[in-house]
Write a protein that binds this ligand. Sequence first.
Ligand code: SF4
Length: 357
Amino acid sequence: MYLRKDTVPVKVGPLTIGGSDEVIIQSMCTTKTADVDATVAEILRLEEAGCQIVRVTVNNKEAAEAIKEIKKRIHIPLVADIHFDYRLALLAIENGIDKVRINPGNIGRREKVEAVVQACKEKGIPIRIGVNAGSLENHLLEKYGYPTPEAMVESALFHIGILEELDFHDIIVSLKASDVPMAIAAYSMAAEKIKYPLHLGITEAGTLHTGTIKSSAGIGALLAMGIGNTVRISLSADPVEEVKVARELLKTFGLITNAATLVSCPTCGRLDIDLFTIANEVEEYISKIKVPIKVSVLGCAVNGPGEAREADIGIAGARGEGMLFRYGEMIRKVPEADLLSELKKEIDEIVRVFEAT
Ligand code: SF4
């Protein structure tokens, strides 16, 4: 068993990554970073969904300069994603970035690496080393023949070595692959050898449907082993969906407590109400709730009352109506047409009481 709290803690803005059981949710903007209004609008939507750190691509001077204005209008730490160009890293740091994702081994001459490390040190900014199975260094591909978990970990150690040689230790590491077993093996190996926090991700995982399954399988296996201090679900979809999936995944492992949980039945021939509509609407309704309540939506009176009693608030359907349960007690019967609105009212009340205590 690896334990995520055994990593060294690394500060990113006001957050601490690693050194505890907390797992931080990240996402990445899909906008052109230089388009400040569009980028800020997307980040604010991500914040509302529960995103705690957000990354933007910094692929040109305009993007690096936009960081200053973006930072003024958002409330979570901002990460610059930089490939190769150390001048963009320096400009991003100057403009107030909270973390830089760059692989020191790809920056080039030693003076350039030193310049980035020195600027990060002066501002207390960490560096994420992002190893990707699809872009391993040539010397590793020659040694191993093709991407392997061993090659990925060796790549991470190579980049870590460069930073440590410069006495830089505010390091976070990711080892992403789109092949789930390879990612699991690489992160497991890294957790044994690397003391720095690990950022988990299955890269290029796919669309909302397939990407959610692949990411949950890979990241879920790692979280269950105690590995991972931050997560990003990579989806070919609105990044808000990435945050929703990440929150559900962390909830599954009891790794976040500021989220409501929905229990709903798969339905069967006993069903007498439109449960799918109700369950989907309730799921959407509770997705922004930041307190740990449990809501159950069950189709009938066979299993419904038993399950509903386990929840803070729940309904069990019957022919044309439903029973409302609160903290295990049936509080009233409601016509089907009013079931959803009555359930929402009860949810609001429970949240209000929770927040007041
Ligand atoms: Fe079927 Fe009722 Fe169970 Fe839902 S709760 S699956 S409707 S028996």
